[in-house]
Design a protein around this ligand. Structure first.
Ligand SMILES: Nc1ncnc2c1ncn2[C@@H]1O[C@H](COP(=O)(O)OP(=O)(O)OP(=O)(O)O)[C@@H](O)[C@H]1O
Ligand SMILES: [Mg+2]
Length: 249
């Protein structure tokens, strides 16, 4: 059975796209995972992966010009459905067909992660309506958490269950406590990803951090979260394995 999961935050820049891709890649070690760029107005998935000039994007599917299965690309073990960064495609995209099109992936993959845009627009509502559950991606500061609370309330209105909260960019001395974040958002924190300069570096390299810097703290946190979500025991690689991997042995 396919599980459709939307990632939302309310506030922009909390790390939804970074989390969708890195968690998706980490999960793809255990399950068949498809990532969808549901951020139709300001899409970033293709940029994060360094892919361009594709023959078909999600936009073309929603415009009725292509079938969704014609718009699935692979990045390592992950399936990816990117949205177009071209303004001519963005302006003509009817997001209301999102659920109907995305649901055509039912039984073709195990998990669908939908990266949504910031805010509470109709576009975000369409992503939530296409999903079975919601993951909140927030940062440990008051503006982010306050904006995430709006996403929580929107999900409640739509009767969309919330799986939990991922707190991204942690480990600053001014962070809100875990307890405070959980109290404000009325939901459990299921993952914490530290602030890590390897993340912006990985975006510059167009290669998600779990592959470009696999032993970084953020990469390990994404792998740990994926293991927990799939009920697998997470074992950090030993230094011996790291060295053998380094030499490709
Ligand atoms: N754990 C992290 N440590 C350091 N920087 C991070 C981390 N996660 C994300 N970033 C940085 O934060 C910025 C925003 O990340 P990202 O694009 O994933 O956010 P977003 O929520 O998808 O943004 P938008 O709302 O615009 O779609 C990027 O510059 C990224 O490099
Ligand atoms: Mg984004």
């Amino acid at each position: 059975m396919t599980k459709f999961v939307c990632l939302a935050s309310g506030k922009g820049g909390t790390g939804k796209t970074t989390t969708t891709l890195n968690l998706g890649l980490a999960l793809s070690e255990y399950r068949d995972v498809t990532v969808i760029d549901g951020n139709l107005s300001t899409p970033n998935i293709a940029l994060h992966l360094g892919i361009q000039n594709l023959p078909s994007y999600l936009n073309h599917v929603l415009q009725g010009k292509k079938k969704i299965v014609q718009s699935i690309y692979t990045h390592k073990k992950l399936k990816v459905i990117p949205s177009s960064i071209f303004i001519k495609d963005i302006r003509k995209t009817p997001y209301k067909k999102l659920k109907t099109e995305i649901r055509k992936l039912k039984d073709l993959t195990d998990i669908v992660l939908i990266d949504s845009s910031a805010g509470l627009s109709d576009e975000v509502v369409a992503c939530m309506k296409a999903s079975d559950e919601l993951l909140i991606v927030t940062n440990p500061d008051l503006p982010s958490v306050t904006d995430s609370l709006k996403s929580v309330k929107l999900a409640e209105e739509l009767k969309l269950p919330i799986t939990g909260v991922i707190v991204n960019k942690t480990a600053n001395k001014h962070d809100l406590s875990k307890n405070d974040i959980e109290k404000i958002l009325e939901n459990k924190i299921i993952g914490e990803i530290p602030e890590d300069s390897n993340v912006p570096s990985s975006i510059k390299l167009a290669n998600p951090v779990i592959h470009s810097f696999p032993y970084s703290e953020s990469a390990k946190a994404y792998k740990r979260l994926a293991a927990e979500l799939t009920g697998t025991e997470y074992e950090e690689e030993s230094i011996v394995t790291k060295i053998l991997n380094f030499f490709g042995l």
